[in-house]
Design a protein around this ligand. Sequence first.
Ligand code: BES
Ligand code: MN
Ligand code: ZN
Length: 512
Amino acid sequence: MTALTLSTSAAPGLRADAIVIGVAKGSASRSGDLVVAPGAEAVDKAYDGKLADVLETLGASGAEGELTKLPAPSGFKAPLVLAAGLGTAPVKGGEWDAEALRRAAGTAARALTGCKKAGFALPLDATGAVAAIAEGALLGAYSFDTYKETGKNAKAKADKAPLAEAVLLGAKPRDNAHKAALARAVAVCEELNRARDLINMPPNDLTPAAFAAVAQGAAKEHGLKIQVLDEKALIKGGYGGIMGVGQGATATPRLVKLSYTHPKADKHLALVGKGITYDSGGISLKPAGHNETMKCDMSGAAAVFAAVVAAARLGLKVNVTGWLALAENMPSGSAVRPGDVLRMYSGKTVEVLNTDAEGRLVMADALWAASQEKPDALVDVATLTGAMVLALGSRTFGVMANDDAFRTALYEAAEEVGEPAWPMPMPEHLRKGMDSSVADIANMGERMGGGLVAGLFLREFVGEGITWAHLDIAGPAFNEGGPFGYTPKGGTGSAVRTLVRLAELTAEGLTA
Ligand code: BES
Ligand code: MN
Ligand code: ZN
């Protein structure tokens, strides 16, 4: 990953490939002119205080996502200045929006592939600005090129390597708050980028067993407790949901329990992730056009995995248990059929009406397993329904919960870290659509409100009295469009930062 450093040095003296600055649209009080963001004073001065005019001449508008290149003024050790759009400037004296800084740093970092070093001369004063710029740079510089191996791909891989070093100019390397912000950003972003790698890995390589092995490696590295239930153990333990979904595949399922404990913790947070390493739909096979990206169906498990490891690396004063429900959903002679009844880990029976509604089946077993430990709060993360994508689009995840305050806490945590999220209801009347004529419940209900129906199904497998929330990340987990801000094409690492923030808030006693 990109190396990050804090530096007090000013832009002119930095030997680098580029200096990144910020440019914004003036807010009403500044009469609509272009504003050069604080941090770039030395650059502005070298342009005789006319940097805003120069940028305007070059066509800059300050819009988010915009990049304007200009030659560095004479006397600068770097050859290039890169002005990244920050959207609308805050009113005079106001704070620069953390998410705007994060995105601008990300956009710049993406444009700097193939570069060794860049200085970031952006506004560092606002609370969280150091963290935001660091995160934007680390997440924006991400690329997945493991499988680009031969010919022109091999050359491009070498020429277009991620930015090697990002220097935050004007920071305070000795200031404890700045140092801590940097350390946190590095830990969270390293794990988030690892989650992206797992999501992007092709499903022939990332089988449930392979994912479990990666978790085992991380557990060893960070001193976490880990327990892996393989096929035999799952059958013996009565995990009918996970086994039912996985029984058609040659690559057998796993349930991974990863535990981070802090000796002084007085709260326990349990996280459950959907880990379908490939979702073909099973016997209810998805049509062509709907399965090419279904390697992303383990994004919830990847997010949970990353969050537990990040909590450990940050030494948070909270116990965090991650449950990864790993299976491959394939059609075959041994696959679960529409019409089969599964006996779940909780003891409930489920009539499988559609084998493509597999996520809720593996999640049901993991939620019940997690519930047995009576955590103070339980959060599950899943690429659960296409309906949620229809409802909220491809950048926003839905938040459901059995507790209004907890749903709000998650929504606010997401907002705080810059992850678009929205609260969704759990209308009771949708429950009866899942009544089954043969079993306790069916795995499908009304088509309308499908995301809410799935949430109601999961609720049946949450232990009595446990505060629970469900994040449906089917939209934002995998970016099928072009990259934007600090979000790459492919696996995004959606929900990781929200979960880490929730763990922090829980450690501080600020949530359930
Ligand atoms: N993994 C899919 C949901 C999904 C859709 C994730 C698009 C990412 C992008 C899930 O297993 C699924 O197939 N859900 C079905 C449920 C239906 C059969 C009740 C769906 O949403 O169509
Ligand atoms: Mn499915
Ligand atoms: Zn699925």
